[in-house]
Design a protein around this ligand. Structure first.
Ligand code: ADP
Ligand code: ZN
Length: 432
């Protein structure tokens, strides 16, 4: 398959490393000069920009964490004035306080370029019609895929999320050839299309799917490919790094992460030392060219491994292998990040219930369902009506914090298991 930027994508690994070193030296000086946060952090750490001479010095730099984004909410980590910020996105945080990310025009161009390289690598061109069924809005999925698709000159169908029957009808009527959405939503689309007698395999022109924003497995890939007749590719990103960024090439053996834009490390979570190629560890990423919100050694919170050997496709950039889970207690439900702490934050506002709860995740028709078992303090009320009102008030509040419907189920006082160590807040019955 053709390269979008052959010189960069197949560059000799030694030259790539040299390029990364030069960019890292610049980045460190950039954040030190422009961000009081980084200056303070580096000073506390006893590190000066001139101490960083190449990527070999990366281990000398302090980490950045999601908590730093929360502590400096909303834009305390930004390195450019407001006049240069052309876009915001935001995601919700554990305490209900969102984190805000921002972009300069160059940042938006680089983000789209990263996805455009991946789309080109799987054979998408201006001849394709790409349906973007990620949510549009503050979530980065929709607009990210949208601009990637425009960058390669494809025709974009900004379907957004929901309204499944209409999505299927448009896919068929407009001869859509590729779709971007979560793997679970696509699984649901397959079933819904069959029910409408509009099977994706035989009645549409769909041939490629770019699926991500949540964990999925090789077995789900196989099932999707068999049932829909398309090729299914993994895509990874997070809002802090821009949004969806890295897609697998046609080999389907890991997602190429672009070394001219990002420096990836995989570290042992205990020792913070790099692990050997292919070993699972914590993902730490340094952005090499971001302007508005550059991140130095950002601990993404995902467990993953890298393959740095040259790929059969000829690309020399490392591959991020399928993600192995999270290092924190976040779960992903319908593509949305949920921290148990967010549920707790809601429940403590209601004196009628205890702060002990259990999140139960199930999958029905390939879609995630979330139930929160909530302990009543007092079962004495004889008015059923009170319970219904309370249930809907809590559900409403959960929805506004999580951006997701969660069903509240009341249980009797002291029935949720207590634990002495870290509370177990999630029962995940989903099969990936
Ligand atoms: P996005 O807007 O791209 O979903 P978020 O910051 O809301 O970004 O969520 C990013 C998180 O979603 C990642 O840190 C990771 O845990 C999860 N994620 C995204 N893509 C994948 C993927 N392909 N496989 C597994 N997990 C993924
Ligand atoms: Zn490849």
């Amino acid at each position: 398959m053709p390269y979008r930027n052959p010189e960069i994508e197949t560059m000799d690994p030694k030259d790539l490393r040299q390029m990364q070193s030069e960019k890292l030296v610049k980045l460190v000086k950039y954040v030190y000069d422009r961000s009081p946060f980084y200056k303070k952090r580096f000073d506390e750490f006893g590190i000066k920009p001139e101490d960083i001479k190449s990527v070999d010095d990366i281990g000398k730099l302090p980490f950045t964490r999601k908590q730093d984004l929360r502590d400096t909410y909303p834009t305390g980590l930004f390195c450019v004035p407001n006049t240069e910020v052309v876009r915001f996105h935001a995601s919700s945080g554990t305490t209900g306080k969102p984190t805000v990310v921002g972009y300069t025009q160059n940042d938006l161009d680089a983000w789209a370029e990263s996805l455009a390289r991946g789309m080109t690598a799987i054979g998408l061109t201006e001849d394709d019609i790409i349906q973007v069924s990620y949510g549009y809005g503050l979530f980065t999925g929709g607009l990210g895929a949208h601009y990637g698709s425009e960058k390669i000159g494809a025709t974009t169908l900004p379907a957004g999320s929901g309204n499944t029957e209409r999505q299927i009808a448009l896919m068929k009527d407009l001869d859509v050839t590729a779709i971007c959405c979560t793997p679970s939503y696509f699984s649901y689309l397959i079933e819904a299309a069959e029910k409408m007698d509009c099977g994706i395999k035989n009645k549409t022109k769909l041939r490629v799917g770019i699926f991500g924003a949540e964990p999925w497995s090789e077995s789900l890939r196989k099932r999707i490919e068999e049932r829909s007749g398309i090729k299914a590719y993994d895509v990874f990103g997070t809002s802090e790094l821009s949004g969806p960024l890295f897609i697998e090439c046609e080999m389907q053996e890991g997602m190429h992460v672009w070394s001219d834009m990002f420096l990836f490390e995989i570290l042992d979570p205990e020792t913070n030392e790099p692990v050997p190629d292919g070993t699972v560890g914590e993902l730490v990423v340094t952005t090499l060219i971001k302007e508005a919100l550059p991140l130095v050694r950002y601990r993404v919170g995902d467990l993953a491994s890298l393959n740095t050997t040259v790929c059969k496709c000829g690309r020399t950039h490392p591959r991020l292998m399928r993600l192995k889970g999270r290092s924190d207690d976040m779960v992903i439900v319908r593509g949305i990040n949920v921290f148990p702490g967010q549920v707790e934050y809601v429940l403590v506002k209601f004196p009628e219930v205890s702060p002990h709860f259990m999140i139960i995740l199930d999958r029905e028709s390939e879609l995630d369902n979330m139930t929160v078992q909530v302990e009543l303090i007092d079962m004495a009320s004889d008015k059923l009506d009170d319970y219904y009102k309370l249930k809907s008030r809590i559900e409403h509040e959960l929805k506004s914090i999580l951006n997701l419907h969660a069903e509240v189920e009341f249980v009797a006082p002291e029935t949720i298991p207590r634990s002495e160590g870290k509370a177990k807040r999630v029962t995940d019955n989903r099969q990936f």
